[in-house]
Design a protein. Sequence first.
Length: 206
Amino acid sequence: MKLAENIWLLEASRAKGRAPGFHCYLVRDNQGLTLIDTSLPGRGEDILAEIRELGFLPEDLHRIFLTHTDMDHIGNARMLQEQTSCQVYVSAEENAYLTGERARLPQKAEMFRDFVPPKVEIYPEKLEEYQVIPAPGHTAGHVCILYQDCLFAGDCCSTESGSVTGPRADMTEDMEKAIQSLQKVSLYSFGSWCPCHGMPKNHREL
């Protein structure tokens, strides 16, 4: 699904028989292709197939930006990295979950019992073309990623019934901080909310 010039919501997360709403986004930028989040495990081949359908090669995938490291975001990162040799970026706080220095919520921890993470790099202070915005609350190191007129919101928010709402309370570490983060990022200038859960919405019409 094309959202703007060189920006797509990948349909792998909405394929027949798949649980809907675990979105990831593809951007063609000056570095090649950048994937933002990777959806639930088992969808990596669908993601690569869609990259081909858009006229690109898997090896054009230069990097993956993760908004955070919950399973529905990091689920295919290692497989895609092995297939394409792309770099995977996380915040320093999110990396602490991967190293075991920070504990996940109990309801999330079981999902990671046998999980082997990708090799990751920490976001640099500045990224050409992108702005990485700290948005903690849902997880300690959650970020939103601003590119041109799109805010890739991860789980900072979801969209439903035409509105932008906060993340699920039962899956959020600090709901008060999450709402503060949502309020903060809403003040940035952009056109579209692009969340993991729910369809993109026009920020200026809300």
